[in-house]
Design a protein around this ligand. Structure first.
Ligand code: RB5
Length: 156
């Protein structure tokens, strides 16, 4: 498996799902570091999104998993960290393609949107897929150019 060491984060809406996904992955031999909350008290999702994103961007872990109510806010926060490509999805097809074509390094989903079995399917699809490079790398490079310069030569 390409990703062996993972970080996982959540907010107050996703405590149970985070615990279940963490246990599911540890049962398969992954090392999983949780930075999420264990409490159902209100917790601001950007904290977990940022922490997981920094761990991925620094290379401390190979990839990240983020769960909030919808997966939207926590992935938006993660995507503000340089080098992060976080996908939010509700089905495994997008998760798989996001690895193969977009080289995503974080997957996010919503505990209020999908059930635990779909969440496991998404994680399986995401972890089981490899980036295909080639023409897709050209497009990733363009995303990185936008990130670094707030401009894109190909669009001028
Ligand atoms: C929390 O109420 C909710 O806004 C959060 O979990 C998430 O869905 C945000 O995108």
């Amino acid at each position: 498996m390409a990703f062996k060491k993972l970080a996982i984060g959540n907010d107050h809406t996703a405590v149970e799902m985070r615990k279940e996904i963490q246990a599911y992955l540890e049962g398969q031999g992954y090392e999983v570091i949780s930075v999420g909350t264990d409490s159902t008290e209100r917790f601001n999702y950007p904290v977990s999104g940022y922490k997981v994103a920094k761990m991925v961007a620094s290379g401390e872990v190979d990839g990240g998993i983020l769960i909030c109510g919808t997966g939207v806010g926590i992935s938006l926060a993660a995507n503000k960290v340089k080098g992060i490509r976080a996908v939010v999805c509700s089905e495994p097809y997008s998760a798989r393609l996001s690895r193969q074509h977009n080289n995503t390094n974080i997957v996010a989903f919503g505990a209020r949107v999908i059930g635990i079995e779909t969440a496991k399917d998404i994680v399986d699809a995401w972890l089981g897929a490899e980036f295909e490079g080639g023409r897709h790398q050209v497009r990733i490079d363009m995303i990185s150019e936008i990130e670094a310069t707030q401009a894109l030569a190909a669009a001028e």
